[in-house]
Ligand binder design. Structure first.
Ligand code: FES
Length: 104
């Protein structure tokens, strides 16, 4: 028998556990990367402010630094979709426009 919980209309299912980077605030690696790319974040403090990731126990800070450094080198793990942009905009405000030649 499956442990999966039944779908409840209006309830957003939690993100897959393997993608969680910040357990305190349930922030996924994809959300962190999207914030870095869409908002042009440059520091861990920027990531904290934009996503709340790392604002609790700080256990995830090494992972956040790793994701930030990877993205700052232009090495992306996720292909951002329009759904990511819509979801990100709904949670974090409208992302800045992307200029040609700049990372998203
Ligand atoms: S796991 Fe990210 S602040 Fe605790």
């Amino acid at each position: 028998m499956s442990d999966a919980k039944p779908f409840t209309p209006g309830h957003t299912p939690p993100p897959p556990m393997q993608d969680l980077v910040c357990y305190c605030f349930q922030v996924t690696e994809r959300e962190v990367e999207a914030a870095i790319r869409l908002l042009g974040l440059k520091t861990i403090e920027d990531v904290n402010d934009a996503t709340r990731a790392g604002c609790g126990c700080h256990t995830c800070w090494p992972d956040l630094e790793s994701i930030l450094n990877r993205c700052l080198r232009g090495q992306y793990k996720f292909d951002l979709t329009d759904e990511d942009r819509r979801r990100f905009a709904a949670r974090h405000g409208t992302p800045r426009p992307v200029r040609p030649g700049q990372p998203e």
